[in-house]
Design a protein around this ligand. Structure first.
Ligand code: PLP
Length: 461
């Protein structure tokens, strides 16, 4: 079959508007060519993030009406707790308003100056929280994770050799926890195999180091394991998810991804003594432990979402849609990071715009072009986000120049994504029309959110 029907039909629609090109150009200028500053209403296809942007099901909306808003021990809490405990097998669950709050609470206890916290790749908020409390965040993804065209099944894996070396060198005293992000967002949404999760777990146990999953996309990761890891091909998604969590001592989760919710997160763990300490931090930062940062109705919606996300047909449609989007882009001559990951397609701006040097921000240029030409919003993950100044003030480019097009869950059809692929194809074919950018105003941290840019004059052909 060449078609792949979604296992749901559409009950409610939300109109989106294609603005005239002159309006988009005017908005870009006003926003300093920073897509974070463009009003969402003026975006036609919004692929900025898959976080909190998904469509909830009829069952989730119905559950919202059952929300119990009692302050303590609400019915909705017990419903949420049972689902999270069922998936993770972990006794202690702390609800938070989103993933970074779970990280903040965990690292407020575990991260201290002089300590080291390894992961395959720390997501930005994880790294920021680890470093805020003083420890060093170390990325140990396998080398093929850095090769954007290697078509390998598990490019999100941890490099077990380097992890073992670090564990031997630093030991339990210097490593308070080891993290593993599934799927590996920073590395392109690439999955981690169950064999690798078990390997990390075994090494951590041997050295007495607690092991936590960053489990935002646990179900998407489980689907890749089922499809790509021969030993797991006959397991169901819930069985694989349980096997993944069985390896870990705890997990942080942004439920805005595989919780199929618009807000929410949690921290789950087995260690009762640590849970008591973390609950005190939860009360200070988020709220009473049976609602944390969430309303009863959010807990209900997430309890349903966490079950729905493990549905085989849903995951086949979801991961299949992202893969088809990647294929459509390639057919239109747009180079991408391969293979496609779980939640996004990453355009290779170095390949798409070879005429723009890294210092002139080719990935930002491609991001701006997508909006100017087609009303499509993506996010730059290249030298605008990660470029640095070296010791002598010289420009140090990012390792890769990428544009991430994240696919919200159950929101856009293949037609929307086919349209994006055509827009991108036209841009790449006509690349000489597009020039570089320079930053004209930037804050001291996380500049990509608020910095302003200006286009550089096009050099003569
Ligand atoms: C892998 C990973 N960890 C943590 C987070 C943080 O979650 P939140 O945005 O809910 O704070 C994200 C969000 O994108 C993520 O992708």
């Amino acid at each position: 079959m060449s078609t792949w029907p979604e296992p749901y039909r559409i009950k409610m629609v939300e109109a989106i508007r294609m603005t005239p090109k002159e309006e988009r150009l005017r908005l870009l200028e006003k926003a300093g060519y920073n897509l974070f500053l463009i009003p969402a209403e003026a975006v036609f296809v919004d692929l900025l993030t898959d976080s909190g942007t998904g469509a909830m099901s009829d069952r989730q909306w119905a559950a919202i009406m059952r929300g119990d808003e009692s302050y303590a021990q609400a019915r909705s809490w017990f419903r949420f707790y049972e689902v999270v405990k069922g998936i993770t097998g972990m006794e202690h669950v702390l609800p938070t308003h989103q993933g970074r709050a779970a990280e903040n609470i965990l690292f407020s206890e575990l991260s201290k100056p002089g300590l080291v916290i390894p992961s395959n790749n720390h997501f930005d908020t994880t790294r920021a929280n680890v470093e805020f409390f003083g420890a060093e965040a170390v990325d140990l993804v396998v080398p093929e994770g850095h090769d954007i065209h290697a078509r390998l099944p598990f490019k999100g894996n941890m490099d077990l050799g380097r992890l073992e070396d670090l564990l031997k060198a630093k030991g339990r005293e210097k490593i308070p926890v080891c993290m593993l992000t599934v799927t590996n967002n920073t590395g392109g949404g690439q999955p981690v195999s169950l064999e690798n999760i078990r390997g990390v777990s075994a090494l951590c146990r041997e050295h007495g180091v607690p092991f936590f999953l960053d489990a935002c996309r646990f179900a998407e990761n489980a689907y890749f394991i089922q499809q790509r890891e021969a030993a797991c091909k006959d397991m169901t998604i819930p069985e694989i998810a349980r096997a993944m969590f069985a390896c870990a001592d705890g997990a942080t989760m942004s439920a805005k991804k595989d919780g199929l919710g618009n807000i929410g997160g949690f921290l789950a763990l087995r260690d009762g003594a640590l849970a008591v300490r973390l609950k005190n931090a939860l009360i200070l930062r988020e709220g009473f432990p049976t609602y944390g940062g969430l309303a009863g109705r959010d807990l209900e919606a997430l309890a349903v979402g966490l079950e729905e996300v493990q549905d085989q047909a849903y995951l086949a449609a979801r991961i299949g849609q992202v893969a088809r989007f990647g294929d459509a882009l390639q057919k239109n001559g747009v180079p991408i990071l391969e293979p496609t990951g779980g939640h996004a397609v990453y355009l290779d701006a170095r390949g798409a715009f070879p005429h723009i040097p890294a210092a002139d921000l080719p990935a930002q240029s491609l991001t701006v072009a997508l909006y100017a030409e087609g009303g499509v919003r993506g996010v730059e993950i290249g030298s605008f986000m990660f470029g640095k100044k070296g010791h002598d003030g010289e420009f140090v480019p990012a390792a890769m120049e990428l544009v991430r097009l994240a696919v919200p869950r159950r929101v856009y059809t293949d037609n929307h994504l086919g349209y994006v692929a055509e827009v991108a194809g036209d841009i790449v074919r006509d690349r000489a029309r597009f020039g570089g950018f320079r930053v004209v105003d930037e804050p001291p941290f996380l500049r990509h959110f608020t910095a302003r840019l200006a286009p550089l004059p096009l050099s003569a052909p």
